[in-house]
Design a protein. Structure first.
Lengths: 214, 213
C-alpha cells in the first residue's frame, strides 16, 4: 500500500526537479513570441491538450485574443499569429499536420514537449521549442513492456501485465507521481508571468478579463 | 433579398439532398452501429458538430458513445465503430484517426459527399450526401479566379469574386451550404433505423436524455 504522505512529498519533489531543468532562455523565447503575436491559437490532444488550453486561458486573462483549434469560434490563422502546442512526445501525428498547416499559412509555431525537439516531428516544424525534461527514474527493477515492433501505437490500448510485485508497484507510484504534464501545467504560470511583463499587463487584469458568464 | 424566398430555397435544397441519399447505405451504417459495442464520433468544424450530435442521438437510444478528444474517451477496440463526418472526406487529421481506428480492429463509418475520398477508402460504411448542383455552382466554376498555388485550399485567403449584383443575389439563394444541414437531418433517420435494429423505442430518448442541465 502506498504511503500518502510519501506520495505527496514525491509529487512536490518531482515537479521541483523537473522545473529546475527547464532552460530559462526557452521560456524567454516563447514569452517574447507570444507577447508579439496578434492572436494566440492552441492545439493538443488529451492531457497535453487540456494544459495548452489552460495556457490559452491564461493568455486570454491578461488581454490577448485566444482561440483553441477545433472550437466553433476559431477563425483562420494568419501571419503574425502564434500556434501554441503541447505534446509530450512531440510526435502526435494529427497535431503535426496542424503545425505544418500553421507554418504554411505564415504563423509562428511554438511547441512545449518532453522530448528532444531535434528528433520529434513537431519539434522540427516549430520555430520555438520549450522542453520540459522527463526525469530519469532510478527504479530498482526493469519494466518489461511489450515488444514495440509488435505493439500497435506503442502498446496503447493493449492489455498487458508487467508482472510486478506489490513493493515494486509502490516504488513505481512514487517515481511516477507527477511528471511531464504536471510540471508543464506549472510552467504555464511562469510563461504567463513573463508575458505579462512584456505586454505591460498588471496583476489586476485577470480580474477584468476573467469570464463573468459562469 | 426576400427572406421568405431564402427560406423556401433552403428547404428545397435540403429536401432534394435527402432524397438523393441511397437508403441501402443508411441501412448498412445503421446495422454497423447497432452491432457495435461502443460508438466513437469525430470530425472538425461543422462536420464535427454534426457528428457530435449523431453521437448524442446514439447515446439517447442507449448506445455507449465517446467523442474523440474528450477527456473520458478510452482506447478503441475491435467491435467498436468510429463514426466520421467530413464534407470532403479528405480531412487530413481525421484520416489519420480513421486509419488508427482500423488498425485497432474497429469499424469506420463515414458520412461525406464522396466515397472516393481518403477517408471514404478507409471506411467500412460510406453514406454519401450528393452535392446539390445549382446554377451558381456553374457560375463559380467559370468565374472564380485561379487559386494561390501557395495554399492547398482557399480557407484563410481573402478573395474577391467578380460577381454582378444579380449573381450575388442568385448566390444567396443557390450557393447555400446545405450539406451539413442535410447530414444533420440524416442523423434523425439513422437514429430511427438503429432504434429498430436494437429493438429500442421512442420512450428511450426520454429515459437517456441528459438530466443534469
Amino acid at each position: 500500500m502506498v504511503d500518502i504522505k510519501k506520495l505527496l512529498d514525491c509529487a512536490g519533489k518531482n515537479i521541483a526537479e523537473t522545473l529546475n531543468q527547464v532552460d530559462v532562455n526557452q521560456i524567454e523565447e516563447i514569452a517574447q513570441a507570444i507577447s508579439k503575436a496578434k492572436r494566440v491559437y492552441t492545439a493538443g490532444w488529451g492531457r497535453a491538450g487540456n494544459i495548452i488550453r489552460i495556457l490559452g486561458m491564461d493568455m486570454s486573462q491578461i488581454g490577448m485574443v485566444v482561440f483553441c483549434v477545433g472550437d466553433n469560434g476559431t477563425p483562420s490563422i494568419h501571419p503574425g499569429d502564434i500556434l501554441l502546442i503541447n505534446s509530450g512526445s512531440g510526435n502526435t501525428k494529427t497535431i503535426a499536420v496542424i503545425a505544418q498547416q500553421a507554418k504554411e499559412q505564415g504563423a509562428t509555431v511554438a511547441l512545449i514537449s518532453g522530448s528532444d525537439p531535434t528528433k520529434s516531428t513537431i519539434g522540427q516544424i516549430a520555430d520555438i521549442n520549450v522542453v520540459v525534461p522527463r526525469l530519469k527514474k532510478d527504479l530498482s527493477f526493469e519494466i518489461k513492456r511489450p515488444d514495440p515492433a509488435k505493439a500497435v501505437n506503442k502498446g496503447l490500448g493493449v492489455r498487458v501485465d508487467w508482472g510486478l510485485t506489490p513493493e515494486q508497484r509502490d516504488e513505481l507510484a512514487y517515481a511516477n507521481i507527477t511528471g511531464y504534464y504536471e510540471s508543464s501545467f506549472a510552467l504555464n504560470e511562469v510563461i504567463r508571468r513573463r508575458v505579462m511583463e512584456l505586454i505591460g499587463a498588471k496583476d489586476e487584469d485577470p480580474m477584468y478579463y476573467h469570464n463573468n458568464l459562469e | 433579398m426576400d427572406t421568405k424566398q431564402i427560406l423556401e430555397q433552403a428547404a428545397k435544397h435540403v429536401a432534394e439532398g435527402l432524397t438523393k441519399i441511397d437508403p441501402a447505405q443508411v441501412d448498412a451504417l445503421a446495422k454497423g452501429i447497432a452491432k457495435a459495442n461502443r460508438v466513437f464520433v469525430t470530425g472538425w468544424g461543422r462536420a464535427g458538430n454534426v457528428a457530435g450530435i449523431l453521437g448524442m442521438d446514439m447515446s439517447q437510444i442507449g448506445k455507449l458513445v465517446y467523442r474523440v478528444g474528450d477527456n473520458n474517451t478510452p482506447s478503441i477496440h475491435e467491435g467498436d465503430i468510429l463514426l466520421v463526418m467530413s464534407g470532403s472526406g479528405n480531412t487530413k487529421t481525421i484520416s489519420i484517426i480513421a486509419s488508427e481506428a482500423k488498425a485497432f480492429g474497429a469499424e469506420v463509418g463515414l458520412i461525406s459527399t464522396s466515397a472516393e475520398s481518403i477517408i471514404g477508402e478507409i471506411a467500412d460504411y460510406n453514406v454519401v450526401i450528393p452535392r446539390v448542383e445549382t446554377p451558381m455552382n456553374k457560375i463559380m466554376r467559370e468565374r472564380r479566379p485561379p487559386r494561390d498555388p501557395k495554399f492547398k485550399g482557399t480557407a484563410g485567403t481573402r478573395e474577391v469574386w467578380p460577381l454582378t449584383d444579380e449573381e450575388r443575389a442568385l448566390m444567396t439563394l443557390d450557393q447555400m451550404e446545405v450539406t451539413y444541414q442535410i447530414a444533420f437531418t440524416l442523423n434523425e433517420v439513422i437514429q430511427q433505423k438503429v432504434m429498430e435494429e436494437i429493438g429500442e423505442t421512442v420512450e428511450a430518448v426520454h429515459y437517456y436524455h441528459n438530466s443534469l442541465e
